[in-house]
Design a protein around this ligand. Structure first.
Ligand code: G16
Length: 542
């Protein structure tokens, strides 16, 4: 019943910021997915007889690869596979299932916020037993293995019925098809004050959640409408579709524009939110206000004690390096730990495991806590609702008071997507070569105080991650960061992160791009973005 299938390796299976992401036709090449999954198994030790969790965000090709992964898990000696009904598990729910059932690890099929469909994106990611993304030591080993793999193992059995909840035995392994929502919804109910939120909604406070035809639809329906009593229709676009209805399931101001316009218009609801393809990102909007992910991290950390799950306080905060420094001010005032890590949720895992931090966040619309080892879109939405219910103030009032207390970190990210990879690499290389000469120089009226290529030393496992982004720091705390995205599937994406701190609350109402204008000009003058990329303007500004 077990087949050993000879194969030839592919040379392009290097996991990026979050697993292997490629176009669907790339994954559809003969043995492409099989090679990668076998490379994962070959890079792990001690999983014989243990449990593997499998699930995905429901995008095109999800079901096919899930069937393959189940058959390969059986052939490789796993004792049990737990798979979400319909092949569905949001990324945070998968992390929770791995932890709750003490699984050996999990395979999550997703390309996150990237579009889905026959010519769009797909992805495979491996998570370890703590529920978090595999650290670089493992992803590096997977890549090394993928370049020389010559065979994979698969059980020669019919497809599993993924739509019927229940357990069966195949090729000596148990397959349990589980309810993807229940355990996760229970976890949320244990962390947040559901009666207080229910009460807020009963009083007529209106919320809108856009699931973007992606994985959070069934979770949001259950939590907001069934358990919290929000009126039917509060959760929109809740049916997960293989192509996300033809849209990018990316909860930002470009792809969630309809929701944004509604929240900025007359008679807007009190709270609007959205999540991405696999449910780990979030967008937070109040009536007339967008809360940047960096501000959201700082505000959630400052107010987390208002939720039952965090009432005894937090041990610390971690943020990815390009995320604004707003959270650092909160950590300083609370007297708790603060860590700055490279981009990628995997870098938070050790800090969370050691309880050095409780709350983590990234500028890329990700916030989460020690309840799982992934960022968690619905968690962020629920913590916001919990805070709104307890404080009884509007989103805008809470944000403004936060700025008045801590100062405002004006922040924006400019993305140049699908630029020529060689040009993008040489732009970064040129900056790297100038790092020593920049400190002390003036760019316009801005004085450079320091410049480096961010490296992270993980004190827990001793690993060192170099070349994580060029940082240019200016007098007064302003910053520009340049780095290349590790999640794109075509060409390169240059990200430029721009930040300025403003203490004076009389100056907290400026337009963000205007407030950052001198730094935006400085970024162009330091990096020659236009001439090197051939682009006059960024493709996306967030
Ligand atoms: C992934 C990672 C995040 C990272 C984001 C953007 O998120 O898990 O840690 O911040 O990509 O990474 P990059 O700037 O390299 O494109 P997701 O939601 O795409 O899984």
């Amino acid at each position: 019943m077990i087949k050993i299938v000879p194969t030839t390796p592919y040379q392009d299976q290097k996991p990026g910021t979050s697993g292997l992401r490629k176009k669907v036709p790339v994954f559809q090449q003969p043995n492409y997915a099989e090679n990668f999954i076998q490379s994962i198994f070959d890079s792990l030790d001690g999983y014989q007889g243990k449990t593997l969790v499998i699930g995905g965000d429901g995008r095109f090709y999800n079901r096919e690869v899930i069937q393959t992964a189940i058959k390969m898990a059986a052939a490789n000696g796993f004792g049990k596979v737990m798979v979400g009904q319909g092949g569905i598990l949001s990324t945070p729910a998968a992390s929770h299932i791995i932890r709750k059932y003490k699984a050996f690890g999990g395979i999550i099929l997703s390309a996150s916020h990237n579009p889905g469909g026959p010519t769009e994106d797909f992805g495979i990611k491996y998570n370890i037993g703590n529920g978090g993304p595999a650290p670089e030591k493992i992803t590096d080993a997977i890549y090394v293995r993928s370049k020389v793999i010559d065979a994979y193992k698969i059980a020669n059995i019919p497809d599993i019925n993924l739509d019927r909840i229940g357990s069966q035995s195949i090729a000596g392994m148990t397959v349990s098809v589980i309810d993807p929502v229940e355990d996760y919804a229970n976890l949320m109910e244990s962390l947040f004050d559901f009666p207080a939120i229910r009460n807020l909604l009963n009083l007529g406070f209106r919320i809108v959640f856009d699931a973007m035809h992606a994985v959070t639809g069934p979770y949001a329906k259950e939590i907001f409408e069934n358990r919290l009593g929000a009126p039917l229709g509060s959760v929109r676009n809740f049916v997960p579709l293989p192509d996300f209805g033809g849209h990018h399931p990316d909860p930002n101001l470009v792809h969630a524009k309809e929701l944004y316009d509604e929240m900025m218009g007359d008679n807007a609801p009190g709270f609007g939110a959205a999540s991405d393809g696999d449910g780990d990102r979030n967008l937070i909007l109040g009536e007339g206000i967008f809360v940047t992910p960096s501000d959201s991290l700082a505000i959630l950390a400052a107010n987390a004690n208002l939720a039952p799950g965090y009432s005894s306080g937090i041990s610390g905060i971690a943020r990815s390096m390009p995320t604004s420094q707003a959270a650092d001010r909160v950590a300083a005032r609370l007297g708790v730990n603060m860590f700055e890590t490279p981009t990628g949720w995997k870098f938070f895992g050790n800090l969370l495991d050691e309880d050095l931090v409780t709350i983590c966040g990234e500028e890329s619309a990700g916030t989460g806590s020690s309840h799982v080892r992934e960022k968690d879109g619905l968690w962020a939405v629920l913590l916001w609702l919990n805070i709104l219910a307890v404080r009884g103030e509007s989103v805008a009032d809470i944000v403004r008071q936060h700025w008045a207390t801590y100062g405002r970190n004006y922040y924006s990210r400019h993305d140049y997507e699908e630029v020529d990879a060689a040009a993008a690499n040489s732009l970064i290389e040129a900056l790297r070569n100038r790092l020593d000469t920049l400190p002390g120089t003036m760019i316009g009226h801005l004085k450079v105080t320091a410049a480096d290529d961010f490296a992270y030393h993980d004190k827990i496992d001793g690993s060192v991650s170099k070349n994580q982004g060029i940082r240019i720091l200016f007098e007064g705390g302003s910053r520009i960061v340049f780095r290349l995205s590790g999640t794109g599937t075509s060409g390169a994406t240059l990200r430029v992160y721009i930040e300025r701190y403003e203490e004076d609350c009389m100056k907290h109402d400026l337009d963000t791009q205007e407030a950052l204008a001198d730094l935006i000009a400085a970024a162009e003058s330091i990096a020659d973005i236009r001439s090197r990329t051939g682009r006059d303007t960024p493709s996306v500004i967030t």
